[in-house]
Design a protein around this ligand. Structure first.
Ligand code: ATP
Length: 513
């Protein structure tokens, strides 16, 4: 299936089963804004819980906060967002479509990488077992030519971005003959900088002094509370502060469903360390975050690291964890070594000391910071992407199934009476009462059992319990596994223990430690 179709399939599945709806749909929607429905909110909350528990509950040296979306306007002057939170935009004069100049170039580079990949696949076929990847990459003339081109473009792009040289950026797009995907033309405007922050006014008096911003990242709420948390929590360095919350960016190109929205949620953690130890901790968090993602069991091949070409003004090392979305590999999470930039800036603009007193050396210093920042909505999309399967079954029928990691599934269990009579619904309700304190449970008695299984597959319920006449006689039920569709008969009294080992938080978390 074409990648584009896969995204479309996901979007319509999400709408049909109550995961995600276009925002204000009755008014024809609002661009790049979405609402999470009754299934979506459960999955989203579960993803949050997985992150929150791992960050705070399983790390004795990380605590959480929940800071306000509105912050003093000077925050954004200090952080550099007022002056530098820009994206270079370019318009195609024929299609009137707007693009990010750096993204057009990244996409060009990705195409060149794919060319190399194709050559490698050809080589593998031709040489079979004798294929030596390293030698092939070092000697194949087509690969060498493409690699040289990549290096050259990479170098020019990095320089243009670092120097904020918008003319060079445009020239590079022209030289590479990059065309607009809609009009197919090379008729480009100049490149301009565009600030991504939304502003609004505070109180009833409009004017320059009352202009405030909707936060474009949650991180600054953590920085300004650094001392509050450190002192009130008696935190010793190294320690971290975690936060989940909404962020807002007036994105130039907000397409691709929930991948890029103007209102989205971030899960960020700032880890405060001793100056000089930051790169060691940077490596630590790269590894730890990768492990956290892989623990969901969505396939190692779906993740890769990407080192930043252009380092943000505050960073001395940065990379992304990319995920294989339906549109290809794209950023899921950023890991940044932010130095002492933010705290120093806030010291300067606020006139308050933001330093840590180290009792072991009797010294005070401004800590360095490693940040892990993941988009909740992008994580949601990654889970859907990896979980969505259309399967042809042995009897010729088809099913759409979401193989969501069990602990994240909106509903863990469906309880289904085989028929709507003979005391089976009552028995089913008894089982629900027993389980609902610990698990999300759905009851369904409508339609044939086969149809009910399909409905649960489509929302990703990992287990369906069927109550039949035998259940009344010997206190057993059948439990059907979503992924394999296999069924087994188990005692009602053992259900709690069974679910505990298959879809509880501890089942998921214990694999990490
Ligand atoms: P991109 O390069 O894709 O614009 P970014 O590098 O600007 O992303 P960061 O500032 O590092 O992103 O933000 C941290 C995380 O927040 C990203 O890894 C992503 O998961 C998420 N994120 C950023 N912008 C958006 C958005 N517009 N919609 C949804 N999630 C977003």
């Amino acid at each position: 299936m074409e990648p584009k179709d896969r995204l479309k399939d996901l979007i319509s599945h999400c709408k049909e089963y109550g995961f995600i709806f276009p925002s204000s749909e009755i008014y024809d929607g609002l661009a790049a804004t979405y609402d999470y429905g009754q299934m979506g909110v459960e999955l989203k909350n579960n993803i949050k819980t997985y992150w929150w528990k791992c960050m705070t509950q399983l790390n004795s040296h990380i605590v959480g906060i929940d800071s306000a979306i509105f912050m003093h306007p000077t925050t954004w002057k200090a952080s550099g967002h007022v002056d530098a939170f820009n994206d270079p935009l370019i318009d195609n004069k024929d299609s009137k479509k707007r693009y990010r100049a750096d993204v057009l170039l990244e996409e060009y580079l990705e195409k060149q990488n794919q060319k190399i990949q194709k050559e490698v696949e050809k080589g593998e076929k031709r040489f079979g077992d004798a294929f030596d990847m390293e030698q092939f990459l070092a000697t194949n003339p087509n690969v060498l030519r493409t690699q040289e081109k990549i290096n050259e473009v990479h170098h020019r792009m990095k320089k243009a971005l670092n120097d904020s040289n918008l003319e060079d950026l445009r020239q590079l797009i022209l030289d590479l003959e990059i065309v607009c995907p809609i009009s197919g033309s090379k008729n480009w405007t100049e490149v301009r900088q565009f600030n991504l922050m939304f502003s609004t006014s505070l109180g009833s008096v409009a004017g320059e002094s009352s202009t405030i911003y909707l936060r474009p990242e949650t991180a600054q709420g953590i920085f300004v509370n650094f001392l509050n948390v450190q002192k009130s929590g008696r935190m010793k360095i190294p320690f971290g502060i975690a936060q989940i919350g909404k962020a807002f960016r007036n994105e130039i190109v907000a397409r691709q469903f929930i991948f890029r929205m103007r209102e989205f949620e971030q899960m960020e953690m700032q880890f405060f360390v001793k100056p000089g130890e930051e790169l060691m901790w940077y490596e630590h968090w790269k590894e730890a975050r990768k492990k956290w993602h892989l623990n969901l069991g969505m396939g190692e091949g779906n993740y890769r690291f990407h080192d930043h070409i252009k380092l943000a003004h505050y960073a001395n090392a940065a990379c992304d964890i990319e995920f294989n979305f339906p549109m290809g590999f794209k950023e899921l999470e950023g890991i940044h070594s932010r130095t002492d930039f933010d705290l120093k800036q806030h010291e300067m603009h606020s006139g308050k000391k933001l330093q840590y007193f180290d009792p072991s050396t009797n010294e005070s210093y401004v800590p360095y910071v490693i940040e892990t920042s993941v988009g909740l909505d992008r994580l949601f999309l990654s889970v859907l992407t990896a979980s969505y399967h259309e399967e042809k079954l042995e009897d010729g029928s088809e099913r759409t199934v979401l193989k969501i990691p069990p602990a994240l599934a909106p509903y863990k269990i469906a309880v289904l009476p085989l028929v709507k009579k003979d005391g089976l619904p009552e028995k089913a309700q008894e089982i629900i009462q027993m389980l609902r304190m610990n698990y999300t449970v759905q009851y369904d008695e409508k339609d044939s059992i086969g149809k009910r299984y399909r409905r649960q597959d489509a929302i990703g319920t990992p287990f369906a319990i069927t109550v039949d006449h035998e259940s009344l006689q010997n206190e057993t039920v059948t439990i059907r596994h979503r992924d394999t569709m296999l069924q087994e008969r188990i005692g009602i009294q053992t259900l709690t223990e069974y679910l505990q080992s298959h879809c509880s938080w501890s089942a998921l978390l214990s694999k990490l430690h």
